[in-house]
Write a protein that binds this ligand. Structure first.
Ligand SMILES: [Zn+2]
Length: 144
């Protein structure tokens, strides 16, 4: 399994200094050969791959059908994921980034990709990483 760690705010890119510090920190926790810090031009959906199970409204818990979700993804993609705001079928205004994904997912320009799935960042390590990067981070488990 691959792990991706992304900021909770989609267009957030840590500064060079923050990224250097993060690299140093990660090298102590993970095998750096399997760790990559990636910054993309546009915001990308960082999904859970085959782990995708279901998605529901983060405000009331109502299930969102896969079809409905894909429609909204298509629409959001037209803005290159800059506009992630949606109105759900349960009439809640939220963001595709904030929906409750059964396996976490999100949108990001900055991704820490870890292909060696043996190590799991502990809560404490994740908190330290968040401090270094100045942002709340999300851990995404992807299976392809
Ligand atoms: Zn709702």
């Amino acid at each position: 399994m691959q792990r991706n760690i992304i900021p909770s705010v989609p267009d957030y890119i840590p500064s060079d200094v923050q990224q250097e510090k993060a690299k140093m920190f990660l090298s102590a926790v993970f095998d750096l050969l399997h760790t990559e810090l990636i910054t993309t031009q546009e915001i990308e959906f960082v999904g859970q791959g085959e782990n995708f199970e279901s998605v529901s409204c983060n405000l009331c818990g109502q299930d969102i059908s896969g079809e409905d979700w894909l429609d909204k993804m298509d629409l959001a993609y037209q803005s290159l994921f800059k506009k992630l705001n949606i109105m759900t079928s349960c009439q809640h205004e939220t963001s595709l980034n904030d929906l409750d994904y059964k396996w976490p997912a999100g949108f990001a320009k900055f991704v820490i990709s870890i292909s060696d799935a043996q190590n799991v960042p502990s809560e404490n390590e994740l908190m330290q990483l968040q401090e270094i990067l100045g942002m709340r981070m999300r851990v995404i488990w992807a299976r392809y």
